[in-house]
Design a protein around this ligand. Structure first.
Ligand SMILES: [Cu+2]
Length: 138
């Protein structure tokens, strides 16, 4: 029984270190943080500082449980408990390169899946740039 309490408190104390980062929708149709590297259990909050944008996930480590699409102009918050790479875009502006990449737990195991996502020519080159950035400080 003691072991269970110990584990419980260990998990509780680990969670204290979980962080939150905030990403704004900018006036020039982009996300203020385009490549986010976070730890497992961290939360990202998207702040609708400019109108006409949202967050729609295109890929991640578990395609069956991607975060749902957010509403336009709405605050959005997701906690990432599964390591791997996540790609999202803005539904109206994704083809124009309004994309964001998240690497959870410095885990690149699903990189090939992310690279295989069908995107516009422009979005593809943006994604390639993001992946270079993500790898360069891994
Ligand atoms: Cu947008």
């Amino acid at each position: 029984m003691k072991i269970i309490y110990l584990l419980f408190f260990l998990l509780l104390s680990l969670n204290i270190y979980a962080g939150t980062i905030q990403i704004e929708f900018t006036a020039d149709d982009s996300y203020s943080v385009e490549v986010a590297k976070i730890d497992v259990g961290d939360t990202i909050e998207w702040l609708p500082k400019n109108e006409g944008h949202n967050v729609e996930f295109l890929g991640g480590p578990d395609l069956n449980s991607l975060p749902k699409k957010s509403d336009l102009n709405a605050f959005y918050s997701v906690t990432f408990n599964l390591p791997g790479i996540y790609l999202y875009h803005c539904t109206p502006h994704g083809n124009m390169g309004m994309l964001g990449l998240i690497v959870v737990g410095n885990d690149f195991h699903n990189l090939e899946d992310i690279e295989g996502i069908e995107l516009s020519h422009l979005a593809k080159s943006v994604l390639e740039r993001f992946i270079r950035i993500a790898k360069s400080n891994s």
